[in-house]
Design a protein around this ligand. Structure first.
Ligand SMILES: NC(=O)c1ccc[n+]([C@@H]2O[C@H](COP(=O)([O-])OP(=O)(O)OC[C@H]3O[C@@H](n4cnc5c(N)ncnc54)[C@H](OP(=O)(O)O)[C@@H]3O)[C@@H](O)[C@H]2O)c1
Length: 238
C-alpha cells in the first residue's frame, strides 16, 4: 500500500518565484515522490485575513509550508506606499506563521529579501547582519515587515524552548534571503515592476516602435561592433 503523501503548501504559488518552484517540481516528479504540492494565491485565501488563512490551513492540512506570498513591487510603488507594504506584509506573515504553529506543520520556510539589509553595511553580507542598522529609506515599509519574519522565527523557537508541555513535536521556522530575481511570469508593468523587467519592457517597446516606424534592426550599432568592423577593414588594407 502507498504511504500517505505529505502536503507542501506553497503560498504565493502563482507569482514569479512560486511558478519557478512549480516548474522545478513538475520537471522531476521522482525527486519529490511522496509529496503533494499545493500552490495557492490570493484567490484561494487573502492571507492578510486571519479567518481566511485558518480556513486555507483547514482545507489543505499542510505538513510543510513554503511561504512566498507577499505584497511585492518595485521602487516607485514602495516609495509611495510604505504603510500598505508594512501592514499587509506584517499581517500576511503573522497569519501564515501563526497557522503553521497552530496546525503543527513540520517546517515553514519563508522568503526574506536582500533589501531588508541595512543601507550602510559591509560586504560580503550574511544573515547575521540583517538587523545591524536601518534599511534604505525608500523601502522601509516592506523591509521592516520582512525583517519581522526573522524576529517571528526566533520568537517561535524561544516559545518552544520554554513551553514544551511534554509535546516535543514543533514547527521548524526558517527563511532564505534571495537577491533581486527576474524571469518568466515576472511583473513587467512600468508602474510597479522591479528594475530588470522594467528595462526589458522598455527595450521591447523601443524595438516594437522602431519596427512600426519601418526602421531596420541595424539602424543602430553598438560602438564596439563598428570599431571592430573598421579594424578589420584597416587590417585588410594594410
Ligand atoms: N522578486 C524578487 O526580486 C524577490 C527578491 C527577493 C525576495 N523575494 C520574495 O519572494 C517572494 C515571492 O516574490 P515574487 O517576486 O514571486 O512575488 P510576485 O510575483 O508578486 O507574487 C506574489 C504572490 O503572492 C500572492 N499574494 C500577494 N498578496 C497576497 C495576499 N494578500 N494573500 C494571498 N496571496 C497573496 C500573489 O497572489 P495574487 O497574484 O493572487 O495576488 C502571488 O502569488 C516574496 O516573499 C518576496 O518578498 C522576491
Amino acid at each position: 500500500m502507498d504511504e500517505k503523501e505529505e502536503v507542501v503548501l506553497v503560498t504565493g504559488g502563482t507569482g514569479l518565484v512560486g511558478t519557478a518552484v512549480q516548474s522545478i517540481v513538475n520537471s522531476d516528479k521522482n525527486q519529490f515522490k511522496g509529496l503533494k504540492f499545493v500552490f495557492v494565491n490570493s484567490k484561494d485565501a487573502d492571507l492578510s485575513d486571519l479567518t481566511q488563512t485558518r480556513s486555507l490551513f483547514e482545507r489543505t492540512k499542510p505538513d510543510y509550508v513554503i511561504h512566498l506570498a507577499a505584497l511585492v513591487a518595485g521602487f516607485y510603488k514602495n516609495l509611495t506606499n510604505h504603510l500598505k507594504f508594512l501592514r499587509t506584509n506584517l499581517f500576511i506573515n503573522d497569519n501564515v506563521l501563526r497557522m503553521s504553529h497552530e496546525f503543527k506543520v513540520k517546517k515553514c520556510i519563508s522568503c526574506l529579501s536582500t533589501c531588508t539589509f541595512p543601507e550602510k553595511t559591509k560586504y560580503p553580507m550574511d544573515e547575521t547582519m540583517v538587523h545591524l542598522g536601518p534599511p534604505h529609506d525608500s523601502i522601509y515599509g516592506y523591509s521592516y515587515a520582512k525583517r519581522m519574519v526573522d524576529i517571528l522565527n526566533k520568537a517561535y523557537e524561544n516559545f518552544y524552548k520554554y513551553n514544551t508541555s511534554g509535546d516535543q513535536s514543533h514547527t521548524l521556522f526558517t527563511s532564505v534571503i534571495p537577491t533581486n530575481i527576474y524571469g518568466p511570469n515576472d511583473n513587467f508593468n512600468f508602474e510597479d515592476s522591479h528594475v530588470i523587467p522594467g528595462l526589458i519592457h522598455k527595450a521591447y517597446n523601443a524595438m516594437k516602435d522602431a519596427k512600426d516606424r519601418g526602421l531596420k534592426r541595424n539602424a543602430f550599432s553598438f560602438i564596439e561592433y563598428r570599431f571592430y568592423e573598421q579594424k578589420i577593414i584597416f587590417e585588410l588594407l594594410c
